[in-house]
Structure formats: C-alpha cells, structure tokens
Design a protein around this ligand. Sequence first.
Ligand code: FEO
Length: 161
Amino acid sequence: MLNKKITDLLNDQINKELYSAYLYLDMSTFYLGKHLYGFASWFKKQAVEETEHADKMISYLAQEGAPVELKDVAHAGKSYKDLKEPLAFQLEHEMYVTSLINKIYDAADEANDRRTAHFLDWFIDEQTEEEKTAAMLLEKFNLLAGDNRGLYELDAELGKR
Ligand code: FEO
C-alpha cells in the first residue's frame, strides 16, 4: 500500500507529465507556424510520449489501489523569440522533471517503499535519455549557426523520428 506522501507526489507528477505534453504540443504548434514540419512532428511525438508517462503512473496507482486524481493542467502557451528558444527550454524543462522524479524516489526510499522505487527506475532511465536527446538537439541547432541549408536538413532529419 502506498503512503499518502507518495500517492500525492505521483498524482502531482501525472499533472506535470500532462503539462509537459501540453508544453511540447505548444512548441510543435510554434514550429508549424514557421513551416518547419520536421521540428513540429518531432515535438508532437514528444507530447505523445509525455501522455504515455502520465498513463504509466495512472496504471501504477490503480494497480496499487491508490486514488488517481486528475488535476487542471496549466496553460502552456509561451511566446518564443526565435527558433532556438523552445529547444533550450526543453532541456531546462527536462532537467526540472528529472529533479521531480528524484524527489519521488527519495520519498520512496525514506518510506522503504521498494516497489515504488523499482517502478521509478524506468523513469530515471527515461529522464537520462530525455535530457541527452534535448541537449543533442540544442547542440545540433547551435552548430548550424544560422545556416539555412543546415536548418532544412535538420528539419528533414527530425521529421523521420
Ligand atoms: Fe516525462 Fe519528458 O518527461
């Protein structure tokens, strides 16, 4: 049985994952507006992944007989000043999500809740991957240094994801 603190943290995290989906959908829309369809598609797939993360947590709570609480998802619409800003913000956001997962892990550790800690192992690996991918994308973009042909190629590459 999950304790209240872990149940609450997991419910908060479901909301954060759904916010992440909303945020990436917003970024996808931003790139759609710039006719960068590869970038748009890449962020749309990222948004779908985030809903899957939320779904894993919902299933875990349900499996443990704990209450699932779906809260309001915050407004994610941002205005980006250039093509790079969403990429930099994605990395920052993923680092924040990692810190949240670590907090739940710490709470599970404190409560001697090995099952939740084991469940979170998947998310710890996933966050390593997400941070790495976000950093790589930002780095690739920086290497372009305003080269339009390179931008076109990166867009085509991202569209293949
Ligand atoms: Fe579900 Fe991108 O963290």
